[in-house]
Ligand binder design. Structure first.
Ligand SMILES: [Zn+2]
Length: 198
């Protein structure tokens, strides 16, 4: 029986590079993988891009109301040795449940990569369901500007930390928006308490 696995970490923790590395490792061993991403993440267009260079074509850009178990995609899933999902926090609850079916009933390992929480320090729909259902977890790490381990994603608009706004706002498309990985203490004090009258 195959596992559903979630490898999560904040922005800039090397998730895209980890996906590319894993895809390469599978293929070097003669295995077939399917690379999937939600259409919600528009960064990179048809490609999974890493900050340090390598990129790879995404085979399925899954629409919000689409299912990997539908007639449209099922034949692409069948016969694969692994399904790799990038930016999996953007999946819907139902789409994560489809991945569970693929792992458990089709016996194909599913490895998801993504964020744990949004800029408000709350679960995304997809990451919540992945934490509920996954068999295995791995935390990917990056460092806060203070030098300790970062676990939170802060959103800056015009250079100011904010807690208001839509959950999904892709940086790069909107030049005023940037994200910064922060440790718990920095997030609490620079973002959470600053924007909440506590
Ligand atoms: Zn810090």
């Amino acid at each position: 029986m195959a596992n559903l696995e979630y490898r999560y970490g904040p922005m800039n923790s090397g998730k895209s590079m980890a996906v590319l590395q894993m895809a390469y490792n599978y293929e070097e061993n003669g295995k077939k993988i399917l690379l999937v991403k939600s259409v919600t993440d528009t960064k990179g267009g048809d490609y999974l891009v890493s900050r340090i260079g390598p990129k790879r074509k995404i085979q399925i850009k899954l629409g919000e109301n689409e299912s990997l178990l539908s007639n449209k995609y099922k034949s692409m899933v069948d016969g694969k040795d692994a399904i790799l999902v990038d930016e999996a926090q953007f999946l819907t609850k139902s789409q994560v449940e489809d991945l569970w079916v693929i792992a458990k009933n089709m016996n194909i390992p599913v490895i998801c990569f993504g964020l744990k929480t949004n800029f408000k320090s709350e679960f995304f729909e997809g990451s919540k369901r992945l934490f509920e259902l996954s068999d295995k977890f791995k935390e990917l790490e990056t460092i806060c500007s203070c030098g300790t381990k970062a676990r939170f994603n802060a959103r800056k608009v015009d250079g100011k930390y904010i807690l208001e706004g839509d959950e999904t706002l892709i940086d790069g498309e909107n030049k005023k928006v940037e994200y910064e990985p922060l440790c718990g203490k920095c997030y609490l004090n620079k973002v959470f308490l600053t924007n909440n009258d506590k």
